[in-house]
Ligand binder design. Structure first.
Ligand SMILES: [Fe+2]
Length: 445
């Protein structure tokens, strides 16, 4: 029998201590204290999802990617932070999705990969139950669907361990919120496919050598994936109007990618994608990332004729959670925004980095000693014209005070003092992804 500890007592698993540890209460607070000025054009909700295990877990085998989902949200309107709420994501019979939260087709969704379907949330973040896109989703979904602003479609690359062992499932959801197309893509060894890319021409498949490991399962770890040194790495271009037989596979050097930034079709027929790349992933540590190899910010230029990927390093600082202005989605972008990651430091996160991929320069917004900003959510200004006419929303954790703030930066002047700092009533544990859901995009209540 294994020893179990309550999460807040855990001392042996770095993903259960400090700001990795879950919070214990669902909190509702109104009229949050603000330093600075909340832009008046921000009317909606900042939402963020992450794992928050509420039951006893074994600290020796617990993986950061597991645990009940918890959504944190702040509602902004009229220059005020009207409320903060955090709520468990409830999936009835299993831990609720814990990886991403966002709006689509007038609905708010909590999402995860590997088979668990999206859960619909109401405006106040209460779970309304599993939503399979009006019962049209029969297989897995993803925590990282890609929105096509031209067609209004949502595209996802799903996998489902152990129900689907020999293929991925590519799903397109129409603007009506119903699945319009599903394509099975054969792959070997059941790779962990965390994300995808999308251009007007192709869906991009990341078939990389982190695969199901029976050795890891046999050792009792809770997350069954590990680095597979014997397996090739490849990236596939699935023509959006094609079938699985049409995928153009291109070999790449062994690596792992959780998150691409934007992707686009270049005039010369290549596909360009910027991404955070790891030389390897989960080689010896089966409890979570950031413990072995750190990510760099790279560009892949994928040539579908030569079936070759040209890799270029843009920034070698460790950074993750890349985001861009959604208005340039699927089109050529100039700017990316990431969170500096500093594993081993007292704060996992550091600066918010603005990358000019055209000029190959970077700027960073530093938050001060012991303070770091998580995933930068990019919101175009209402009257924005330039690509960086955006607000950056990031939750900042302060080690010294063990407290979190929602900070708003001006992307066009990223090194300037925060535009606004919104004090939250409890810390927000390090987690994964979120989005800005404008009230104008939400179905009438
Ligand atoms: Fe992710």
């Amino acid at each position: 029998m294994t020893d179990t500890l309550r999460p807040h007592d855990a001392v042996t698993n770095p993903y259960l201590v400090g700001n990795m540890a879950p919070v214990e209460h669902e909190v509702t607070a109104f009229d949050l204290p603000v330093t600075g000025t909340i832009p008046a054009d921000l009317e909606g909700r900042w939402l963020r999802n992450g794992p928050n295990p509420r039951s006893e877990v074994d600290p020796r085998t617990h993986h950061w990617f597991l645990g009940d989902g918890m959504v944190h949200g702040v509602r902004l309107r009229g220059g005020r932070a009207e409320w903060y709420r955090n709520r468990y994501v409830s999936n009835d019979d299993s831990p609720g999705p814990n990886t991403n939260v966002g709006g689509f087709a007038g609905t708010t969704w909590a999402m995860v990969e590997a088979g668990s379907p999206p859960v619909e949330l109401d405006y106040e973040l209460n779970s309304l139950g599993v939503n399979r896109f009006h019962d049209t989703l029969t297989g897995p979904f993803s925590a990282h669907p890609k929105f096509d602003p031209t067609t209004g479609e949502l595209h996802a690359m799903g996998y489902h361990w152990p129900d689907l062992v020999d293929h991925l499932q590519y799903v397109v959801v129409g603007r009506d919120g119903r699945v319009a197309k599903t394509i099975d893509i054969p792959v070997a060894d059941m790779p962990m496919v965390h994300d995808m890319s999308l251009t007007p021409t192709y869906a991009v498949v990341y078939d990389l050598p982190v695969t199901v490991s029976f050795d890891v399962i046999g050792k009792g770890f809770s997350f069954p994936f590990a680095w597979n040194p014997d397996r090739a790495a490849r990236v596939g271009l699935l023509p959006r109007l094609g079938t699985a037989d049409d995928v153009i596979w291109c070999d790449v050097d062994p690596c792992y990618v959780f998150h691409p930034l934007n992707a686009y079709d270049a005039p010369d027929g290549t596909v360009v994608v910027d991404l955070c790349r790891y030389d390897s992933m989960m080689v010896d540590n089966f409890n979570g990332p950031f413990s072995e190899v750190l990510p760099t910010f790279d560009r892949w230029t994928i040539d579908p004729v030569a079936r070759r990927v040209t890799e270029t390093r843009i920034d070698d600082r460790p950074q993750e959670f890349p985001r861009h202005n959604p208005r340039v989605g699927l089109q050529q972008h100039r700017y990316g925004y990431t969170s500096e990651v500093s594993p081993g430091a007292e704060n996992l996160h550091g600066a918010i980095i603005k990358i000019d991929v055209e000029q190959r320069t970077t700027q960073a917004h530093e938050f001060g000693h012991g303070r770091g900003g998580a995933e930068p959510v990019v919101v175009p200004k209402a009257d924005g014209v330039a690509e960086d006419d955006c607000w950056i929303l990031t939750v900042v954790y302060d080690v010294a005070t063990d407290a979190s703030e929602l900070c708003i930066l001006d992307a066009a002047d990223i090194t300037a003092t925060e535009v606004a700092r919104i004090k939250l009533p409890q810390r927000v544990p390090y987690g994964f992804h979120g989005n800005w859901v404008a009230d104008s995009s939400v179905a009438p209540r």
